[in-house]
Write a protein of this length. Structure first.
Length: 145
């Protein structure tokens, strides 16, 4: 299983906004530079995040983007669901797409796996991700003893 670039970059975008939460709006060009991601690509990713109310934007000289909710109120599941969809395979969401659903053992495995992934992503907030990021950054610059 592989998470798409859209999902990975979307989490990085939201992490950048979470790190700056409460400090004013952030320009997309600054996030793009810091994260080494194309600004154009980020501008496409932020649209659905804004559409579901995870991000808000302000126009003008002091404009930019900020989280629409506190980092502790946004889970990775919300972000991934918006950018990747909320199920592993189509037959989980709409059993009518496959005539074998009733007898398919792998369908049950995908449902189980999807549930575990959802549970894990639901249990991690942007606030926790910011803290994990700080800890990793501290480890990266700590001198060896």
């Amino acid at each position: 299983m592989k998470l798409s670039t859209r999902g990975r970059y979307g989490v990085r975008l939201m992490l950048a906004l979470a790190r700056n939460y409460g400090q004013g709006n952030v320009f997309l060009k600054d996030i793009a530079k810091d994260e080494e991601i194309s600004e154009k690509y980020l501008s496409l990713i932020i649209i659905p995040l804004k559409g579901v109310g995870l991000v808000k934007s302000v126009r003008g000289a002091y404009g930019g983007y900020t989280l629409a909710k506190r980092p502790g109120e946004i889970t990775l599941k919300e972000i991934i669901d918006v950018l990747e969809g909320d199920c592993l395979v189509d037959c989980l969401k709409d059993p009518s797409v496959c005539p074998r659903v009733a007898t398919c053992a792998s369908h049950d495995i995908w449902a189980l796996l999807g549930g575990k992934i959802s549970e894990t992503l639901r249990g991690i907030t942007l606030e926790q991700l910011v803290q994990m990021n700080k800890e990793k950054a501290g480890q990266a610059i700590s001198p060896e003893i």
